[in-house]
Design a protein around this ligand. Sequence first.
Ligand code: AMP
Ligand code: ZN
Length: 402
Amino acid sequence: MAENGASPVALELVPALPIPDHLIGEVRSKLAYVDEAIARAEITGDGDHIHLTLHQPIDDARQAQLDEKVQRVVTSMVKGAFRPKVQVLEDHLDRPAPYTQDPMVELLQRGEVSQEIPGVFALGPRLARLMAFFEDRFVELADSFQAPPYRFPTLIPAHYLERVNYFHAFPHSLTFATHLREDLDVIDHFAGQAACDEHGLVAPPASFAQVQALLSPAVCYHLYFSLADRPLPGGQLAATAVGNCFRYEAINLASLERLWNFTMREIIFVGPKDFVLENRETARQRMQPVFKEIGLAYRMESANDPFFIGEFRKQAAFQSAFQLKFEIRARLPFSDSTLAVGSYNYHQDFFGRSLNISLPDGSPAHTGCVAFGLERIAYAFLAQHGLDPANWPQWVREAANG
Ligand code: AMP
Ligand code: ZN
């Protein structure tokens, strides 16, 4: 039942162009942002039917609008798209993964996770210890590069994101921070009237100040901005930081797989092209035996970022052609799928140019980062090995079983 008592309805659409299999996941995830009426979106395996579930029935005019928007997404993402050549750098998907259930069921039953709102979870000691264990491994990796630690804020200024084109590339996933306007009447009114309904806070939009800051979607941007508009000290540097990151994923928010608020540990390289690319590759090689010892079944393959609809085709093709992104995709045995638990990224001189970070020869710096999602890696580990530490690989059992 929808919140107001109306029943959900099913709607089937035929896409204007058949959706090729390599784009089914990307198009499906974007359908979450097409219309607030959409509660669920699925695309059939052959890509020629879209099944939507709507919160409640809509009239013909509204349906025509919805249909037009869906077709706009399909056309924009599919027309002229070519199948990227997926490059596989490592394949350890066949490592033993004895557990076959969705760990979320047991985690919820045991009170080890509790959902605050979709995509926002409180995590208990088992997950917290596992995340700390993985954190330690990533900090060891950072230490191996003598990458010193940094601390960055959770808020990021709007003008930072504007300067690196983020509003254009990922508008759908932004989370804005605001506060009440500095006006006694506004604050008094809010204090007296504010209340929540089932959708959230009810308050006049005019109570809120203009957005100066957002919740940060990534860690490494803060480092690049701290280096902006000057020569890069020493001509190259490595750094590491962990932080809360925010990406609003609408109805795609599901279990610990896709969170609104998650934690990322990054190791970041800034310098000449070869410095960045060599370190990215070294990081991959150093993590390989670590993941083996942890018993993680995964594949490391080329990937692209989830650019918004209009930007997607061009940007994804560019990332693929220049091998800018590789992901560690861990196996989720219960759903026979994989989940990205980390990424190895090369941005070329995009940040160096956009932010005017210069190398000693005057050219723009290149950047790259290795980014791990702590909730995701803990979740993927539990999906493969279960919640009982007795069944965990020895290293993890001894280090993360409190
Ligand atoms: P990315 O910068 O998109 O490559 O993200 C780096 C890592 O952060 C991913 O490999 C995931 O492990 C994690 N991550 C990204 N988005 C989410 C999300 N919505 N929920 C949980 N973890 C995420
Ligand atoms: Zn990064």
